[in-house]
Ligand binder design. Structure first.
Ligand SMILES: NC(=O)c1ccc[n+]([C@@H]2O[C@H](COP(=O)([O-])OP(=O)(O)OC[C@H]3O[C@@H](n4cnc5c(N)ncnc54)[C@H](OP(=O)(O)O)[C@@H]3O)[C@@H](O)[C@H]2O)c1
Length: 171
C-alpha cells in the first residue's frame, strides 16, 4: 500500500477466507483448531485492519468518499441462530468491530467519509463451492448490488453494517 498515491473516493476491501486450505469451517466445538483459527482471524480481521491502517492518507479531504469492507452476515452476533463456523463467524465479528472503530476515527478528520461493513449475499465464488444447494448470485450481480448500496449511503450511515439491498444488519 505504500506505493499507492490516491486520493481514492471509493475503496472496497474484499479479501477473506472461509477456512485455510485443506480445512473446513467448524461444525462443532470439537473441530476448533488453534492454528486454523488464527489463520482465519489473520486473513479476515487483521488483513482488513492493515488496509484500513494505511487508508486515511489515501482518502480525499472535503469530498465524499466511501469505504466498504466485505464481512458477512454470519459475523453478526445478534443474527446467529444456527451456530457452527466458529472461526469465520468470530473473525467477521472482529472485522465488523474494526470497521466500526475505523469509521469513527476516520470521520473525525473527514466529515464526508462513509466507512461500512457489507454483506454481499450468497455469491457464486470459491467461497460457496462446497454449498451447491444454496441459491447464489453471480459475482457481477453481487458487485453491482454493493456499488448501488455504497452510492446511496451518506455520512449519517458511517460505521454501519449493511446487506446487499442496503438494509442494516444487526451487530
Ligand atoms: N461468496 C459469498 O457468498 C460471501 C458471503 C458473505 C461474505 N463474503 C465475503 O466476501 C469477500 C470476498 O469473497 P469472495 O466470495 O469473492 O471469495 P473469493 O473469490 O475466494 O475471494 C477472496 C479474495 O480474498 C483474497 N485473499 C485470500 N487470502 C488472502 C490473503 N492471505 N491475503 C490477501 N488476500 C487474500 C483472494 O485473493 P487471491 O485471489 O489472490 O487468492 C481473493 O481476492 C470475503 O471477505 C468473504 O468473506 C462472501
Amino acid at each position: 500500500m505504500n506505493r499507492l498515491r490516491g486520493p481514492f473516493e471509493t475503496v472496497l476491501i474484499a479479501s477473506g477466507i472461509l477456512a485455510p486450505e485443506g480445512a473446513r469451517p467448524e461444525k462443532s466445538l470439537a473441530e476448533i483448531d488453534a492454528e486454523n483459527m488464527a489463520r482465519v482471524m489473520a486473513v479476515n480481521a487483521i488483513g482488513p485492519a492493515l488496509v484500513l491502517k494505511n487508508l486515511p492518507r489515501l482518502l480525499p479531504h472535503g469530498l465524499r468518499c466511501v469505504v466498504g469492507v466485505l464481512t458477512a452476515r454470519v459475523g453478526s452476533i445478534g443474527d446467529n441462530h444456527l451456530g457452527g463456523w466458529y472461526s469465520y463467524r468470530a473473525a467477521k465479528a472482529a472485522a465488523n468491530q474494526i470497521v466500526r472503530t475505523a469509521a469513527i476515527e476516520i470521520a473525525r478528520k473527514r466529515k464526508d467519509a462513509v466507512v461500512v461493513s457489507l454483506h454481499p449475499g450468497t455469491v457464486e465464488t470459491s467461497f460457496t463451492k462446497a454449498y451447491p444447494g444454496h441459491p447464489k448470485v453471480a459475482p457481477s450481480e453481487a458487485a453491482t448490488n454493493l456499488v448501488e448500496v455504497l452510492d446511496q449511503l451518506t455520512s449519517a450511515q458511517n460505521g454501519g453494517f449493511f446487506d446487499w439491498v442496503g438494509k442494516p444488519v444487526p451487530w
